[in-house]
Structures are given as C-alpha cells and as structure tokens.
Design a protein around this ligand. Structure first.
Ligand code: AMP
Ligand code: MG
Length: 425
C-alpha cells in the first residue's frame, strides 16, 4: 500500500529519490544559456596568459619614476608604441618608456604603468618634440611597482571555474568563451506533457456554455515548465473517463519522461486519476500531501517515468507545481540548486485561521524603507481562487497547528520572485 498524507518534506524527498538517470548532450555556446552544465569548466591556461596593461598610458621602469611629482616631473624617451594584440619588440632600458594601450602586452624591462592623465607630451606649438630624448613628462608614480595585470591573476591553470550542475548564465558563457568552448556538455531538457482532466473544461479559445469553465491549468503549468527549462507539450483536455484517460496516458508515457495531469485526484465520484494510474501499471508513490492548498495530489512511477497528478483547483495546482514539480524538473536537468530561497520576513498582516495542516499562503514580500524584508498575506486564500496568484511573489509557510500569527511576527517565506523594493519618495 502506498503512503498517504505525507508531509511536504517527505513528498519532496520521495520525488527527488525517483529522479531517473540524467541524459547529456552537446550544444553550441549560443544555445547554452539557461541549460545546466554537465562538465566542469576547468581553466586549461592562466588568464591573463601574459603580463598586460590595465590602462592606456606608458609602460615604465619603477626605478626611473619613483620620485615623480607635479613639481618635479620625470622626463623619459618613448621608444615604442604597443597597441592591444601586438607584441612589443623592444626592451625598456633606463630613461625609456613605451606608449601602451589597455590590454597590450608589457614590454620587457617595464614593471609599472603610468596612465595618460598623469603624463604630458613635451611638444612645441608645431607638434614637434622639444627634445627627442625626453619626449614625455611623468607627474605621479604608484606606491610600488607591479600595477599591471599579472599572469593567472584572474584564473590559474587547473582552477575549477564553474562546477557541474550550475545553470549557465551570461557570466558562465563568458568563461566558456574565454576557454575556447564552441560546444558545451549540458543535461538534456526533459520532455514533459501536461493534461487537464474534467468534463467541465473547454479550451481557452472557446466560450464556455453554462456549467463549463475554461481550462487554465494546462496552459499555466506548461508555462511554468518552460520557465524551468523543460520541453513542455500541452496534451489538451481529457474527460472524466477512465478508458480515455488511460489511452492518452499510455501514449504520452511513450514519448515523454514526465506526465502531469490536473484534476480528478480527490475523493469525488469522478476522481478517477489514481485508479487510472494503477490500471496502466504505474506504482503509486504517495497520495495526498498534508498541506493546503493542494492536499489532493498523487505521484506515481511508470517504468523510469514519473506521473504527477495535481489538484484541479488552479492555485493548488500552481503551488504544488512550485513546491514539487519544479524541484523534480530542475534536478532532472542536473541542476544542483533546486530550491527557491526560504527566508524569514516580518509579517505586516494577521494570519487568522490556523489549521492542522501546513499552509502556504499567497503573499507579497518587499524590502521596506529600513531595508527589512516584510511580507503581507493576500486576501482570498481558497484553493479555487486564481486572481491573487498574479500578485503573489512569495508563499508564507504556516506550520500545522501553529498558534496565532499576528502583524510583527517573524515568518518563513518562500520567494517565488524577487521581493519588491520600497522606492524612496
Ligand atoms: P478536481 O480536482 O477535478 O476536483 O477539480 C477541482 C476544481 O478545479 C473544480 O472546481 C474544477 O472545475 C476546477 N478545475 C479542474 N481542472 C481545471 C482546469 N484545468 N482549469 C481550471 N479549473 C479547473
Ligand atoms: Mg474534476
């Protein structure tokens, strides 16, 4: 017999314990954004790989310029100009400088860079040098030699720069490009199909006749899955009919690693989902989670594929997706970071009813003008209510049977989006 009324933590543990083996593929650097790295990025050369100038200015010998000041400038001869990408050909001797651009290689003999702003060209009104052996004046000098970019100061050969399991962002792409990756090994995006079940449902494009409603769950879950990197397909609406649902599920399982259904998982006369899962040979991992909204939920395993049966209530299905499906989908892509930030915030509203199950209240979090994270629960917390999900950027976690929670109390919240920021007026 399967488990019932599992806790939220237990549900997540069971789900993550059933992540099938991950698959990998190579993609081009251009396609790598938002994919998860399946190979470590290890520096195969030092960066920088040569000593280079961080400034536009003059490469000099510290010993020549250490006494330079506005009142007593040091005069030097310019022996070479070194643009970025060019190799210096001369070695600096006493009394000499090389004009050097940002990113260019330091000439031999140089150990200090003086920026243009601290130098002066000694030319006359006809733009000719006043003295060919003393073409520039240096007005200032750093405290010590060595104000150039050293070999390996950014990354050293053999350094682990990005670990396996990291989501590839623009900064990771920059690192990959630096080390010459044209292809990068990433985890495959899981194929997931989403069905909505219920005789009352019509497609979003249709006008519902009396007693019917538009299907909002399948489009919203498909959208959530896309945000989390899955290849999501909208499977459409299936009726409350066991044979028809079974047929759809079996064909969906052939082509997808994950199947999600909404509706039909409670105890109503037409709540057929759990029986259908069993009839097609799936093993039920658990049924019902001790939480609100979203108590009705069933998770099953069919070969190495997973089926999530979520509640039909729109906010219940959305929140269950956030708490359970998201972690599974991210881990299935090898992502090492599957958790939303779980942080403490000060409550700015009272929380009335306390129940014997964990609750996740739709809420708005923000940083107040003192820089403190605050959170307000939204009105209308019924699982059938959809509209306030649009404003919710956080879920307040109210543990089962906690005593009354009031304005000013500290609560745990899950950040679904970054908190709003108080704009100073
Ligand atoms: P159920 O989980 O099938 O008992 O459905 C619970 C509630 O959610 C009922 O009021 C359904 O009409 C509604 N519902 C079920 N599926 C959807 C859906 N795909 N989109 C919007 N509402 C739904
Ligand atoms: Mg139903």
């Amino acid at each position: 017999m399967y488990k019932q009324y599992v806790s939220v933590t237990e549900a997540v543990e069971i789900i993550l314990a059933n992540v099938p083996p991950l698959e990998v593929e190579f993609v081009s650097l251009q396609q790598a954004i938002n994919r998860v790295l399946a190979e470590p990025v290890i520096a195969d050369c030092p960066v920088p790989s040569f000593e280079k100038s961080p400034l536009d200015g003059y490469a000099v010998r510290f010993d020549d310029v250490r006494q330079a000041s506005i009142d007593a400038p040091i005069k030097l001869k310019v022996i070479e100009e070194i643009p970025a990408g060019h190799v210096p050909v001369k070695q600096l001797c006493a009394g000499e400088a090389a004009r050097i651009m940002t990113g260019a290689m330091l000439p031999k003999g140089a150990d200090t860079i003086i920026k243009f702003e601290e130098t002066h060209l000694r030319i006359d009104s006809n733009q000719h040098f006043i003295d060919d052996n003393q073409q520039i004046e240096i007005f200032a000098c750093p405290k010590s030699a060595g104000n150039y970019a050293k070999i390996g100061e950014d990354m050293n050969s053999g350094d682990l720069i990005v670990a396996v399991g990291r989501l590839i962002d623009a900064a990771t792409v920059a690192v990959l490009a630096t080390f010459g990756y044209r292809q990068v090994k990433v985890y495959k995006q899981p194929r997931v199909i989403v069905f909505a079940s219920g005789d009352e449902l019509v497609d979003a494009g249709e006008k519902p006749s009396i007693g019917k409603i538009r299907n909002s769950n399948e489009p919203s879950i498909t959208a959530q899955l896309q945000l989390w990197g899955a290849k999501a397909t909208a499977g459409g609406i299936v009726p409350d009919n066991k044979d028809m649902v079974a047929k759809e599920l079996l064909s969906a399982l052939e082509h997808n690693q994950v199947v999600i259904t909404t509706g039909g998982v409670s105890v109503g006369d037409y709540d057929i989902m759990k029986e259908v899962y069993q009839e097609i040979g799936a093993e039920i991992l658990f049924w019902r989670v001790a939480m609100r909204p979203g108590t009705p939920m069933v998770v099953a395993k069919w070969k190495d594929k997973i089926i999530f049966g979520l509640s039909g209530n729109p906010s219940a299905s959305y929140i269950s997706c956030e708490l359970f499906v998201r972690a599974f989908i991210l881990r299935l892509q090898g992502n090492s970071d599957v958790w939303r930030p779980f942080v403490k915030a000060t409550l700015t509203t009272d929380i009335g009813k306390i129940v014997d199950q964990d609750r996740f209240l739709r809420a708005v979090s923000s940083i107040d003008k003192c820089g403190k994270l605050v959170v307000a629960s939204l009105p209308k917390q019924k699982s059938g209510v959809l509209a306030n999900l649009v404003d919710a950027n956080a879920l307040i976690y109210v543990p089962a049977k906690s005593s009354h929670i009031n304005t000013g109390d500290m609560v745990d919240i899950i950040l679904l989006k970054p908190p709003g920021v108080h704009i100073y007026g």
